[in-house]
Design a protein around this ligand. Structure first.
Ligand code: ACO
Length: 341
């Protein structure tokens, strides 16, 4: 749908699915790159690096003006991101990389690569895969968000598209964007208990310490982020089915939302929970560690990034993106030799 503007028919879906499956593996040489990272490197740093490195493997075979090459690039990205993400996690654990399994569906394969080990059988819980699928759909695209605009800005120069994607991964990492899901769980753990919420909100409103209510506010949504409502509902379902109905972090998040939404500071500024307020709670319930939350977001957003990039490059009127700046400094400054400065 994102790539072509229409849902595929049965035959088209079969071709697309097969193509994604055929591109899930990484070049073995690329896997060796991971050895250069310290065990506690942040996985987003590894993902950004490995995605950029794909340019070194596919540079000669990626002609951005060729429709078929653009399609293969898109499929490679969507197919390989889970493998790259899972390898980053396994590297940190010191566990062997798990190869993709093309008999599993997309989300089950992600979970298998993250959690299975060669020495014992692992069965993917279909409920976990379904929850991940819903999260991935909700995160797949969102028009001109910071990371997508970054991909387009970089891509508009005609650069190798893998490097443009790497720029997008880096932009996503920031706590004001996709990194907020990790920051929300950090924040909830620091608050610790509902009784500390008023103190925490007082610090947010005071602004002196630069503390923000993470997972709240959005540049575009000024009257609720519809994705947050769906994810909150999903939290109820998933945690219930996992036997974690009384999950203390979720209860704290619900109370925090309730209290903030009655507070004039948040009401007057139209600040509501965004997509990241509840997503980390589900990731955590699925056993996904905190530093992987934004990586999960990156896997999902890849579909949107490649669709935007493809659409932009195929446009014959494409020009390099070149924001202008308004200079507000002095109009004349005399040169002062370094010995006199
Ligand atoms: N907590 C406290 N105050 C906030 C918050 C927040 N989360 N968000 C905005 N404000 C305040 C600002 O201090 C400002 O107050 P002022 O009018 O007194 O100066 C006012 O609300 C407007 O805020 P801006 O920063 O101008 O809003 P902007 O649209 O630039 O920022 C953003 C949007 C970056 C999402 C912001 O709301 C924020 O930092 N939220 C927390 C981080 C977060 O959750 N990011 C994920 C966004 S969703 C995504 O990218 C996938």
């Amino acid at each position: 749908l994102l790539q072509h503007g229409e849902l595929p028919n049965k035959a088209e879906l079969a071709v697309f699915t097969r193509s994604i499956m055929r591109h899930t593996m990484l070049n073995e040489w690329l896997l060796r790159f991971y050895r250069s990272f310290h065990h506690n490197a942040h996985p987003m740093a590894m993902v950004a690096t490995i995605v950029a490195s794909l340019a070194a493997f596919y540079h000669d075979s990626t002609n951005i003006n060729n429709d078929r090459h653009r399609e293969i690039f898109s499929h490679r990205m969507i197919a390989k991101l889970p493998t790259i993400a899972a390898a980053s996690y396994k590297h940190a654990l010191g566990q062997p990389f798990i190869y993709p399994r093309n008999d599993l569906d997309y989300c089950a394969n992600v979970l298998n690569m993250l959690f299975s080990v060669p020495c014992e059988p692992y069965e993917v819980d279909p409920l976990h895969a379904k929850a991940l699928d819903l999260l991935f759909i909700l995160h797949a695209d969102h028009e001109q968000n910071a990371s997508t605009s970054t991909v387009r800005l970089a891509g508009s120069t005609g650069c190798n598209p893998y490097t443009a994607m790497s720029a997008g991964v880096s932009a996503l990492w920031g706590p004001a964007h996709g990194g907020a899901n990790e920051a929300v769980v950090d924040m909830l753990e620091k608050i610790g208990d509902v009784s500390h919420v008023p103190d925490f909100l007082a610090r947010v409103k005071d602004k002196a310490g630069g503390v923000r209510l993470m997972g709240f506010g959005h540049r575009v949504y000024k009257n609720f982020d519809p994705r947050a409502t769906i994810i909150r509902e999903m939290c109820h379902q998933v945690l219930g089915k996992l036997g974690q109905s009384n999950n203390p972090l979720f209860e704290l998040a619900l109370r925090l939302e309730e209290i903030a939404l009655k507070d004039d500071y948040f009401i007057s500024r139209k600040l509501y929970p965004n997509v990241d307020f509840y997503s980390g709670i589900i990731y955590r319930a699925l056993g996904i560690p905190r530093e992987m939350f934004t990586v999960m977001f990156a896997i999902a957003r890849t579909a949107g990034w490649v669709a935007h990039w493809s659409e932009m490059i195929a446009d014959p009127t494409l020009k390099i993106a070149r924001p202008r700046q308004l200079y507000t400094g002095p109009t004349q400054r005399d040169y002062v030799p370094v010995t006199k400065r």
